[in-house]
Design a protein around this ligand. Structure first.
Ligand code: AMP
Length: 374
């Protein structure tokens, strides 16, 4: 069976690596001249909204999916009319707009921080009144890895500070969010598929604790140290199941949460395989990439059970010495075939062990040896 993937980055590459053993063939829609997925299948090298490129991409495809959330919604809708596309275009639309995303989460009863939309100078005073300071001003669209954001600390004239930040962001539609003094950041990676006879099947990987540096994910850890009694994981599963059911979602989703005052506040939805789920390749019975493809193509899901404990580190900006990484017992190295450049994710390393306590020491040693250029 042939699966089309919109996007040919590292997530597309890892989808290909997971699907080929299942007998799947891949076609990627990717405008960049060189891309990490290049050796994993056929590449249609055109812009994401090029009608001719889309025709060639969709020809004889059984299934299609996407590996990044800024796919034009028109492209997703066009594909949806011709092939079986998952996740659906509604999930994409919601995730592309931070105000729609937060409104939907709130309406589903999933707690979020206070927020307000700002599209004009006239909306600033009311937004500041509602949210207060400290706050974070973010562009509604196209933000990633902490880009397109300004943190506003408490000061004398909140409205003037917000206006200044809004102008610095280019006066584009923004969201003002209350700054959350979080104790930890976690994500819930999950998968949903439709059952043949009706209804849905959900599966969840372990709640993952994440640490960012310069707004970029640095470390993901399982089991999450902040969830020693498992209650946060239980709550995250309830929230994410409700969200997936409402979206009639098919495929892998990731929801990022802040842990604050012992509970969860949802921050962001990724309607795709996610960086904080990379540990599942080496640390779980079935990886997020394989289960995404199983869901998208209507195959039964595999177990999401974790094999002991895992810690994943992203490799950003510089490649490490492979021999150093692999000298660490339990280390699995994944390089994406990209040239190194400041701020660019070029690979990741996952350390796995049966016992979380044993992993701490080797994770600290490995972390000290890894380059980071953001
Ligand atoms: P985002 O693009 O929304 O995922 O934000 C990137 C990172 O910035 C998050 O992982 C947090 O570390 C931080 N951040 C974003 N929004 C907030 C907030 N409202 N309060 C505190 N920290 C935040």
């Amino acid at each position: 069976m042939k699966v089309g993937v919109v996007g040919g980055g590292q997530l597309g590459r890892m989808l290909g690596l997971a699907g080929i053993p299942l007998g799947m063939q891949f076609r990627f829609l990717e405008p960049a001249a060189e891309c990490p997925a290049a050796r994993l299948g056929e590449i249609i090298r055109t812009p994401y909204d090029d009608p001719d490129g889309l025709e060639r991409f969709a020809q004889d495809l059984g299934f299609a999916t996407y590996e990044f959330e800024n796919v034009p919604v028109q492209t997703a809708r066009w594909l949806e009319e011709r092939v079986s596309l998952a996740p659906n275009s509604r999930a994409l639309e919601v995730a592309q707009d931070r105000v729609r995303e937060k409104s939907m989460l709130r309406d589903l009863g999933i707690p979020v921080q206070a927020f307000a939309s700002i599209s004009s100078v006239g909306e600033i005073a009311a937004a500041v009144e509602r949210v207060g300071l400290p706050a974070v001003l973010k562009t509604r669209r196209m933000g990633y890895d902490g880009k397109g954001q300004h943190v506003l600390r408490e000061g004398s004239d909140a409205a003037a500070a917000v206006q200044h930040a809004w102008e610095a962001l280019g006066r584009v539609p923004c969201i003002l969010e209350a700054f959350v003094p979080f104790d930890a950041e976690v994500s819930q990676v999950a998968v949903r598929t439709r059952r043949a006879g009706g209804g849905a099947h959900h599966a969840f990987w372990s709640l993952t604790q994440n640490e960012h540096r310069n707004g970029i994910l640095w470390k993901s850890e399982v089991p999450a140290p902040c969830d020693s009694d498992g209650s946060l994981g239980e709550l995250a599963r309830t929230h994410v199941a409700r969200l997936m059911d409402d979206l009639d979602y098919v495929g892998v989703i990731a929801v990022e949460f802040f842990v604050s005052r012992g509970t969860l506040l949802a921050n962001e939805i990724a309607p795709r395989v996610h960086n904080s789920g990379h540990w599942t390749i080496d640390g779980a019975e079935t990886s997020q990439f394989e289960n995404h493809l199983r869901a998208v193509t209507g195959l039964p899901l595999g177990s999401t059970a974790a094999h002991g404990a895992s810690v994943m580190f992203n490799l950003v900006g510089k490649l490490p010495l492979s021999s150093r990484v692999l000298s660490q017992s339990g280390a699995h190295l994944h390089l994406y075939g990209k040239s190194a450049r400041t701020g660019r994710k070029v690979g990741h390393v996952t350390l796995t062990a049966q016992d979380p306590a044993g992993l701490q020491q080797s994770a600290a040693e490995l972390a000290a040896a890894l380059p980071w250029d953001a």
